[in-house]
Design a protein around this ligand. Structure first.
Ligand SMILES: *Cc1c(COP(=O)(O)O)cnc(C)c1O
Length: 411
């Protein structure tokens, strides 16, 4: 039966990150294993947003651009994110969506390789990454070409025609981690610049952008960074690339936005990768999530993430072994980000049935149940209980209902 529960209680009792759970608003009984898709709400965020709206906006009105330093928020929060990712202050800004930042980073990188035409990625990359490449190809009027190859064939495709390699470090479906330093080294040997998508890395695993000699990176604010729905994303540009000419040359990336000059002059540093007016409310919420993450020791966070993952797999094998789940994530924790994915032909229905039992995970087509492991607020006991509820659904076939088969617009 539920063997090993004493050890699990002990793991929670000795967990140095345990106090963080109380910093989040999470309903009793709910097991939230979808923080890799939308992070939970930090308690500090509601008060911060209220103050930003009522005092800074309501009272301060336009004077808050300077009075509350709204104008410095993209760089200030960017610097805090930089510290989480092994980047220097001045190399990261918080802005726009990940998709838009992919456009900005890929076009900037391509402009540094004017004699090369290929933007390369892998076929199973997150769709928006590849969609953006295809849009860039169309936009470039024939200069750039979007090419995707099998995940295993990426390094072999790094030829003299490749300008930019766009890869996601932690795969959104399987959780497989790419070796950032090694891939970057191999790409640089061939003269290729790399744009890393860190959507499932930031706040999830230890990242060392400068240690890996990375060129550009982008990532989400609303996943492991707990910045809220549609939070601003971030963009990293290594200092040596700060002279790249941005294509989205909006006025907030201008050297002097408020002198209203006729022609664009790029700002110094990573600021040139800003485009329009920063979304102040979204940035305020993002900063609360980032501040919380900044208080956590990333090594402890990774250690706990690995243990949560191992426990999840152990419990699945012991309690759901007979129900036909196939592990999609790498079994080796060194190669796995902060999520566990299983394939099952009835995965979609099971994710719906789990929701009714207060376990929120998610589903990724065609057949993957995905469970995000967020060490700041997930307990070891939650992992055990999530698997128990899944077992119950399998034993009773509670997933086998016609209404669970109807696919929703958001999964
Ligand atoms: C979640 C995710 C995105 C999201 O992009 P948005 O523009 O923020 O919607 C992009 N890339 C990857 C790899 C993701 O996992």
């Amino acid at each position: 039966m539920k063997d090993g529960l004493a050890e699990v209680a002990d793991l929670d009792a000795r967990d140095p990150l345990a106090p963080f759970r109380d910093e989040f608003r999470l309903r009793d009984g709910l097991i939230y294993v979808d923080g890799n898709s939308l992070g939970a709400l930090p308690k500090a965020t509601a008060a911060r947003l209220a103050a930003t709206v009522t005092e800074e906006w309501g009272e301060g009105l336009i004077t808050s651009w300077l009075g509350a330093n709204w104008v410095g928020a993209p760089q200030r929060i960017g610097n805090k994110i930089a510290a989480l990712l092994g980047a220097k202050a001045g190399e990261v800004i918080a802005a726009d969506s990940t998709s838009v930042n992919i456009f900005k980073a890929v076009t900037a990188a391509a402009s540094l390789r004017p004699d090369r035409s290929v933007i390369l990625s892998e076929t199973t990359n997150f769709p928006t990454d590849v969609y953006m490449m295809q849009g860039i190809e169309a936009f470039s009027g024939g200069r750039l070409k979007s090419v995707t190859v099998d995940p295993d064939a990426v390094l072999d495709r790094l030829g003299a025609d490749v300008a930019v390699l766009l890869l996601t470090q932690v795969h959104y479906k399987s959780g497989l981690i790419r070796d950032m330093a090694e891939v970057t080294r191999r790409a640089h040997e061939r003269g290729v610049l790399v744009v890393w998508d860190l959507s499932h890395s930031a706040g999830a695993i230890e990242v060392d952008l400068n240690g890996a000699n990375a060129d550009f990176a982008v990532g989400c604010g609303y996943k492991f960074l707990n910045g809220g729905p549609g939070a601003p994303a971030f963009l990293f540009a290594a200092e040596r690339h700060h002279d790249a000419m941005p294509v989205l040359s909006g006025w907030f990336g201008h050297a002097s936005p408020f002198t209203f000059e006729e022609d664009y002059r790029a700002a110094a540093g990573v600021t040139r990768f800003l485009c329009g007016t920063p979304p102040v409310l979204g940035l305020a919420a993002l900063e609360c999530g980032v501040d919380l993450m900044a208080r956590a020791d990333m090594r402890e966070l990774r250690k706990k993430s690995v243990r949560l993952g191992q426990l999840f797999i152990e419990r699945m094998t012991a309690r759901c072994g007979e129900f036909g789940f196939a592990l999609v994530s790498p079994a080796d924790p060194e190669l796995r980000g902060s999520q566990i994915s299983y394939a099952h032909p009835h995965g979609y229905e099971m994710v719906q049935a789990l929701k009714e039992r207060d376990v929120i995970g998610d589903f990724r087509a065609p057949d993957v149940l995905r469970f995000g492991l967020t060490p700041l607020y997930l307990r070891y006991a939650d992992v055990v209980e999530a698997v128990e509820r899944l077992r119950d659904i399998c034993v009773t076939r509670a997933w086998d209902k016609p209404e669970y088969r109807v696919r929703a617009a958001v999964t």
